[in-house]
Every structure is written in structure tokens, then in C-alpha cells.
Design a protein around this ligand. Structure first.
Ligand code: NAP
Length: 478
């Protein structure tokens, strides 16, 4: 039986919301309501901030080694409960069990990496060029951090933020997405079991994100907003954060070009293309959104990629044969369908795919499109679904210009056997991350994040840890 925590986690205690409201959580594979979760009201947001503020000095006063050991215990507890967490992820997000288990391992790794880093938070010491003073630079925690996370990685988007924040001595108030609050609440419970003190992590789902955020961001103790989600919502949060001059990190939308040169190893490229497009049911910010393929191998790539897309098995993520789950909700299906319809109206051809499914649940058939206009709605917007527009190119410079032409710059992929060319093209791409002959790039030890409107700041690596620190410079003489 799957255990679900459905109340707010504030100050280490479970509570109902101040106005006693609840909202439904739906399994996207069946459309069935699987739980009703307490919906935090503005008063609950404020209480969670109070609780984080009360806990923060004590947490920051622990030695780095103590924080490190608690985070290492958190890693172990998440690994021990991998199956339980993966079951909840599949239930509320729909991704296949293999992807859900992969997500839990990825989520846990942020705890291990930051446990190791917690004891290595460095400052610096120097003498001024004029020799008149000693210069000490240290990195205290920011304080209380608001974290707002999306539904596509219900566990990992929480630990990717919370692990470095806690390692640095901050306390956090987390608002998970309303589509996937159950995983967040379970992770919060497990981190408490592993020894994170009451109030250090508070988890407050809500159905009223806007109201919730406006209350929380005005709380005096809040010093930072760490957001992962769409660029549109990111802009709104940045505006509110500006009123209080809060520190922010923004992990926003993507629109990844996947570039294939004629000399690429086609087997490896098709495999990489499938990973970049279809992993986690084609709903990742790193998903390949536009495929640019050099003309000599264009037709062969289209054929082989389409044949492989036909082998995708859509269905309930608990079925071991299923390789792609549903989209997150009915609105997501309508949005993807609309983008495909527009492309078809503009003259694109559908090589495979039957559109939305009549089955229960929110399914969309894997689709390959050719003869797509560039730019057009489907190349300009993040598709967030199993649809692959493939575009031929013969002039590499013009292709790079097209690849860079959107406002997004999260990630890009380049496939070629000429490594010098691969690295050269990587350097000319306006993307925070580039996979060269590599489709899965995320790693707790690597700086994840985007250029342009794909984000501000980085998560993962030591960059991700220092995002949750202030910089204090002390000038001293003795
Ligand atoms: P979203 O609609 O922007 O929602 C993200 C989070 O923001 C959710 O918790 C949402 O709450 C909350 N939110 C919405 N409006 C808000 C408001 N006015 N004030 C405060 N919070 C608000 O994005 P999504 O659909 O969940 O996720 C998909 C997007 O996330 C894609 O664009 C994807 O590329 C991006 N993403 C980026 C990364 C990265 O690392 N760069 C990683 C994963 C996903 P509700 O659930 O209640 O709406």
C-alpha cells in the first residue's frame, strides 16, 4: 500500500491549512483522484516562514561537519525508500517506474554531493595590493529561502535546491507544484526522519500559488527566492522579489536544439535523440525541441528516428513494458495538440503519430514532424511533449544562427565524430549546457542552468552551493 502524507509540514508538525481547504491530486495515467491535499493559505505561508526563521540560527550554528552528516543520512534514507518514493512519483506524475527510480537516485545524489561539500565551504584571505589591510572573505548563509518547484521532477527539483541550501546553513519553505505535492511531502517526512531538525524544511503545498507567494515573499525573514518552472512565472516572481531586493535563482524553460552533423555515428545519435526527446515522458526542461540534421543524412535520420519512436510504448508507468507515460494534465495535452495542429496547417508533414489518445488519462502519441517552418510556433515554444520537429540544414553557420535565435538558452546537443567541430559548435551556442555526443548531461557535480531567458544562477556543483551564500568581506588590521 502506498502511504501518502496529505497535510502541511510546518515546524516539524503536520497540520491542516488555516482555512481547512484541500485540493485534488490526480493520477494522469487514469484521470482518477488519488488524494486530497491541504491547500496552504497565506496564513500558513507566513507560519512556515516564521518556523524557518526560528530554526535558522540554530541550524546555521551547527558545525559544517554536523550538517554534512545529517545530509549524508538524508541521502541514505532516500535511497532506502527509493521504491516508495518512485511509486508516488509514478502515481502523481505518471512517469514510468524506471524513470521514477532514476529520478530518486538523482534526487538523493544532491544530498550526498552537498553533504560532502558542506564541510568544504571556503572563504579567502589576502592582503590588499597597497599592503594596508588584511582582506577576509567569508560565506555565511542567506537565511530563509522560499523554494517553488515544478511537477516534472517532484523529488529531484526539491533536493537540488534544499540540499545545497541546508549545507550552507539556510532554512527553507518549499511550495511544490499542485500536480505533484505528495512526493514533496514524503521527501520532507523522510528528511525529518533522517535528522533534519524541525522547522529547517517546511513543505506547504497550495492550490493558490499566487496568493501564497505574495504573502510569503513579503515575510521579513525571507531573503531569497529559488524557483524552477516556466519563464513566464519566473518573470512574475522576479518582479515580486525585486520589491524586497531578494536574492534569486531562476531555473526556467528550455528550447533545446539537437544538432546532427553528417559524420555523426548514427546509431549513437538516434539513441541520444531518443533520450534527449523522450526521457521522463518527454517532459523535461532539457528535452530536445528542434532537431537540425545535416542534409546528407537527413532522410536516413528521419527514417531511423521515426522507426525508433514507433517502438515507444505509451501507458501507465507501473506497467513494466511502458516507456512513456501520460502528459501531466488535460491542459498539457491540449497545448501540445494545438502546436502540432498549427504546424500541420502551416504545411508540416506528420511522419508518425496519431495525436491525442481517446483512452482514459492524458496521453499523446509520439509524433515526428518534417517540413516544419522555422521560425514557427512549434520551433519557438517549448513543446513539453513527445513531438519531434526535424529540420534539414546544409550551411552550419546559418543553422547555428537558427539554433540561437530563440530567447531560451538552457541546453543544446551536438552530434559529430569530429570532436574539434563539436567543441567549436558548442562554444558558439548560446546555451548554459551543451551535450557533445551525449544526451543526458545532468549531474549533481555539474552546474545546471541556462543563459538568456532560461534562467539566472546555477544548481549543482559548487556554483549551486554558493548561490545560497552571502559574501561578507572583512577588512582588518592587526
Ligand atoms: P510553472 O507553471 O511555471 O510552475 C512552476 C511552479 O510555480 C509550480 O509550483 C507552480 O504552482 C508555481 N507557480 C505558478 N504560478 C505562480 C505564482 N503566480 N506565484 C508563485 N508560484 C507560482 O511550470 P511547470 O509547468 O510546473 O513546469 C514546467 C516548466 O518548468 C517548463 O517550462 C520547464 O522547462 C521548466 N523547468 C525548468 C527546469 C530547469 O532546471 N531549468 C527544470 C524543470 C522544469 P502550481 O503548480 O500551483 O501552478
Amino acid at each position: 500500500m502506498i502511504v501518502m502524507y496529505t497535510r502541511l509540514l510546518i515546524g516539524g508538525r503536520w497540520s491542516d491549512s488555516a482555512d481547512e481547504k484541500r485540493f485534488d491530486v490526480v493520477n494522469p495515467a487514469t484521470g482518477d483522484v488519488i488524494a486530497q491535499v491541504a491547500s496552504a493559505a497565506p496564513a500558513d505561508a507566513l507560519e512556515a516562514c516564521d518556523s524557518a526563521a526560528t530554526a535558522q540560527p540554530g541550524w546555521a550554528a551547527k558545525s559544517p561537519r554536523e550538517r554534512s552528516e545529517i545530509l549524508m543520512d538524508c541521502h541514505e534514507v532516500l535511497i532506502e525508500h527509493s521504491q516508495e518514493i518512485a511509486d508516488l512519483i509514478t502515481n502523481e506524475n505518471g512517469k514510468p517506474q524506471a524513470d521514477a527510480l532514476g529520478e530518486v537516485a538523482y534526487a538523493a545524489e544532491f544530498l550526498r554531493w552537498n553533504a560532502e561539500e558542506a564541510a568544504r565551504l571556503h572563504g579567502s584571505f589576502g592582503v590588499s595590493p597597497a599592503g594596508d589591510k588584511r582582506m577576509i572573505v567569508r560565506h555565511p548563509p542567506v537565511g530563509v529561502v522560499l523554494m517553488i518547484t515544478p511537477w516534472n521532477f517532484p523529488a529531484a527539483m526539491i533536493t537540488r535546491k534544499a540540499a545545497p541550501a541546508l549545507a550552507a546553513g539556510n532554512t527553507v519553505v518549499i511550495k511544490p507544484a499542485k500536480d505533484t505535492p505528495l512526493t514533496a511531502l514524503l521527501v520532507g517526512k523522510l528528511l525529518g526522519d533522517a535528522g533534519v531538525p524541525a522547522g529547517v524544511i517546511n513543505i506547504v503545498p497550495t492550490y493558490s500559488a499566487g496568493e501564497w507567494f505574495e504573502a510569503a515573499v513579503a515575510h521579513r525573514a525571507v531573503r531569497m527566492v529559488s524557483f524552477t518552472g516556466s519563464t513566464g512565472v519566473g518573470r512574475t516572481l522576479l518582479r515580486h522579489s525585486a520589491d524586497r531586493v531578494l536574492k534569486t535563482t531562476m531555473e526556467l524553460g528550455g528550447n533545446a536544439p539537437f544538432i546532427v552533423f553528417a559524420d555523426a555515428d548514427l546509431d549513437a545519435t538516434v539513441e541520444g535523440a531518443m533520450i534527449a526527446k523522450m526521457r521522463h515522458s518527454a517532459q523535461t526542461c532539457t528535452a530536445a525541441n528542434r532537431f537540425f540534421v545535416e542534409t546528407p543524412i537527413y532522410h536516413e535520420f528521419v527514417e531511423r528516428f521515426s522507426e525508433t519512436m514507433k517502438t515507444v510504448t505509451l501507458g501507465n508507468g507501473f506497467d513494466p513494458d511502458v516507456t512513456c507515460g501520460p502528459l501531466i494534465n488535460a491542459a498539457a495535452v491540449a497545448r501540445v495538440d494545438d502546436l502540432v495542429d498549427k504546424a500541420l496547417q502551416d504545411g508540416a508533414k506528420r511522419i508518425i503519430g496519431h495525436g491525442r489518445s481517446d483512452e482514459k488519462g492524458f496521453f499523446y502519441d509520439p509524433t515526428v514532424l518534417v517540413d516544419v517552418d522555422v521560425p514557427s510556433a512549434i520551433t519557438e515554444h517549448e513543446i513539453f511533449g513527445p513531438v519531434a520537429p526535424i529540420i534539414p540544414f546544409s550551411d552550419a553557420d546559418r543553422m547555428i544562427e537558427a539554433a540561437n535565435s530563440t530567447e531560451m538558452g538552457l541546453i543544446a546537443y551536438v552530434y559529430t565524430q569530429d570532436l574539434a567541430r563539436g567543441l567549436g559548435v558548442a562554444e558558439s551556442l548560446e546555451a548554459g549546457m551543451v551535450g557533445v555526443n551525449r544526451a543526458a548531461v545532468s549531474d549533481a557535480a555539474a552546474p545546471f542552468g541556462g543563459m538568456k531567458q532560461s534562467g539566472l544562477g546555477r544548481e549543482g556543483a559548487s556554483e549551486g552551493l554558493y548561490e545560497f551564500c552571502e559574501t561578507q568581506y572583512i577588512a582588518a588590521n592587526w
